[in-house]
Design a protein around this ligand. Sequence first.
Ligand SMILES: NC(=O)c1ccc[n+]([C@@H]2O[C@H](COP(=O)([O-])OP(=O)(O)OC[C@H]3O[C@@H](n4cnc5c(N)ncnc54)[C@H](OP(=O)(O)O)[C@@H]3O)[C@@H](O)[C@H]2O)c1
Length: 304
Amino acid sequence: MISRVSLCPHGPEVSRLVYGTWRVLDDTDTATTESLLKRLHTCLELGITTLDTAEIYGLYKVEEFLGQTFKKEPGLREKFEIVTKCGIYVPCEFHPDRKVAHYNATAARIVKSAEKSLRLLGTDYLDVLLVHRPDWLTSADETAEGLNKLLKEGKIRHAGASNYNVHQFDLLNSRMDQPLVTNQIEFSLLHMDPIYDGTADQCQKLGVKPMAWSPLAKGALMDSSNPAAVRLHVKAAELSHKYGGATLDQLAYAWIMAHPSHCLPIIGTNKLERLLATAKSADIKLEREDWYGLWEAAQGQSIP
Ligand SMILES: NC(=O)c1ccc[n+]([C@@H]2O[C@H](COP(=O)([O-])OP(=O)(O)OC[C@H]3O[C@@H](n4cnc5c(N)ncnc54)[C@H](OP(=O)(O)O)[C@@H]3O)[C@@H](O)[C@H]2O)c1
């Protein structure tokens, strides 16, 4: 059973692995409420109770799809913690007037987006609302005003950020009535920036667990034309027996979870059998030399 953890000292309880919904409308054979319902039940059986979504997913259609799926089973929504995001606006069928993709983290826009998320998801609270990306044109005071208003009204229980650098996170945090509970960042064996750029260290300092998006590098980890992925496959084959037959994807999730920031990988598969297989990764405790061995295989060189 996947364990439960506190996202931060004052934060919500979440599951150690999170199920991501970015791609749920991508494949015609799995883009049905019946198929998603099956995966949601599998999540619950495994102990994955935290769902990640966003206003923009599926070009603004995923939240509604999730809401339709929840509607099929009264009480289902309450079994999950919902993390959603707002702030990215791109030209789409709902807004023919919108010509240029842009970020908007103004107070009014955040409130409007969160209220739309509540309506589409068919719920009266969001467990966590993240600002999807830093909006360079909006002050931290202005962004915090929107988040603080939603917190005060109980429409969101917690607020956080995504893709914020250390300074942006610090700044927004300094304007919040209630501290930010996570920074959702890209982190995988093929994208290690967070361990070099200070974001993972900042999370440790604040006791805030980051969430890792694209933990398999959007599937590139399984791409046999990618030299780093090929080296990682060789390394995973070498380690597999020691870790009970673990596969590269399981080792890749375990590699992320081993980082002392206690990062939470967000699983992106639409395949039931792959979702089931993720559970094993939470039991893998990588030994030091094996963690560095995977780092070495990914980088194609030894540590400096
Ligand atoms: N905050 C942000 O800016 C941000 C950005 C991107 C994503 N996210 C979040 O992060 C979540 C995960 O991102 P992601 O979908 O890119 O994750 P990922 O795990 O890196 O990639 C998932 C993709 O890899 C494929 N894949 C190939 N082999 C796989 C295997 N053995 N196991 C699992 N998947 C395999 C999947 O295809 P199949 O479906 O066929 O298995 C799927 O297309 C998203 O759903 C979203 O919630 C957040």
